[in-house]
Design a protein around this ligand. Structure first.
Ligand code: BGC
Length: 380
């Protein structure tokens, strides 16, 4: 009680929001639901807040299946929200670069906004120069998902959505279920599953923007990154993979050893110039299809560590190069260049046009199932 009152006083003195004050030691795990806002057509959108027994909280909205906040402790027990976002639905309805979103039908880019499947050419919306990005104009990030809360020790929310044949020009009725579960060990687990009634392509990811120092708390350049990859898929000037799988050794993109993001981000390197920093797909070192450590980020200052584990073959490390200070997010914070990074687990970009990449096709009778875990811990 005394320590709670003490941290409350500190929070007031520092002017930080009361919501992020260290919670009581053993929190009550579960799910609470509240109204997040209204769609332009009047439909109510909800917010599901998951709490685990150590007080970590993750809020998820059924608008775009988005992770709205992740509140985790630093090494002194202080709670901060470590993802960029907005206080209410209106922020998400306005233009923003996929904050926290569940992205599909094809996350990342498809070159020249077209692909051929079973001999038929499909033409997608070109919403990123000549390319199609993150599922087109009305991707899954802008759809209203059906939600069901999962109470208990491992609180969760189950989201379902039927993407109709022809939606954003992709073939097949695609029936999806995505379950977010907050585990006791401060890990957010995401289970993606889907089936289709026609051959299609599918690439689902979560597009959370992390700043381990707390959202809106400066840039991420002093934070350290480790990526469990010996090679990556180099890109052209429009950020489409060339098809090559290139070794990372000797390049400024080699993160096999944990390295501050700042160290080489502005190196004189064609790949970094194309990405305006890091914006590349890394080929995860793995044996078999199980959950494998893909990346580990660390903020030496707060002591927060984020590990990303996944069943997917690739991970996009995007260093927030296109954030430009024009978006004002949660608590009025301004999101400047490189004020967050994304670690998007995925199939390789442009796989539908690259026969040498792992296939991103889904056929009737098959079930797509991928898992990604964002796990937080502390170093002292
Ligand atoms: C892409 C970036 C893009 C960002 C927001 C990331 O997945 O790799 O190039 O700017 O999404 O759209």
């Amino acid at each position: 009680m005394l320590s709670q009152r003490f941290s409350l006083t500190i929070a007031l003195v520092l002017g930080t929001s009361l919501a992020w004050v260290r919670p009581a030691k053993a929190a009550n795990p579960g799910v609470t639901m509240s109204t997040f806002g209204k769609m332009p057509d009047g439909q109510t959108i909800d917010l599901y807040t998951l709490t685990n027994r150590s007080g970590m909280q993750v809020a998820i909205t059924n608008y775009g299946g988005r992770v709205v906040s992740m509140v985790v402790p630093d090494r002194s027990g202080h709670m901060d929200d470590v993802v960029l976002g907005f206080d209410s639905l209106d922020g998400y309805l306005a233009t923003n670069p996929y904050f926290g979103a569940l992205v599909g039908r094809y996350a990342n880019r498809i070159g020249n906004a077209k692909f051929t499947l079973d001999g038929k050419e499909y033409h997608l919306a070109a919403n990123d120069g000549p390319n199609s990005l993150h599922g087109g104009l009305q991707g899954f990030d802008k759809r209203v998902w059906k939600a069901r809360e999962i109470p208990g020790q491992h609180p969760g929310v189950e989201l379902t959505y039927l993407s109709k044949d022809g939606e954003e020009a992709y073939p097949g009725d695609l029936s999806m279920k995505v379950v977010y579960t907050l585990m006791g060990d401060n890990a957010l687990r995401i289970d993606y599953s889907a089936t289709t009634d026609k051959d299609t392509v599918l690439n689902l990811t979560n597009h959370s923007y992390f700043n381990l120092a707390g959202q809106g708390n400066g840039d991420i350049l002093k934070q350290e990154m480790m990526i469990n990859a010996d090679s990556f898929t180099p890109i052209d000037g429009t950020l489409i993979p060339t098809g090559e799988i290139r070794k990372l050794e000797g390049t400024p993109l080699d993160f096999r050893k944990s390295t501050p993001i700042a160290d080489r981000i502005d190196a004189d390197d064609e790949q970094l110039k194309f990405g305006k920093g890091y914006d590349h797909n890394f080929v995860i070192n793995r044996s078999g299809h199980g959950l494998t450590l893909a990346a580990r980020a660390k903020d030496p200052e707060s002591g927060r560590v984020l590990e990303v584990l996944t069943t997917q073959p690739g991970i996009q490390f995007y260093s927030g190069n296109f954030l430009d200070g024009t978006i004002r997010g949660r608590d009025g914070k301004i999101y400047g260049k490189r004020s967050a990074f994304c670690l998007e687990t995925q199939h390789f970009p442009d796989s539908p046009n690259k026969s040498s990449f792992p296939s991103a096709e889904l056929k009737p009778g098959q079930t797509y199932h991928e898992v990604t875990v964002y796990k937080f811990s502390i170093v002292h």
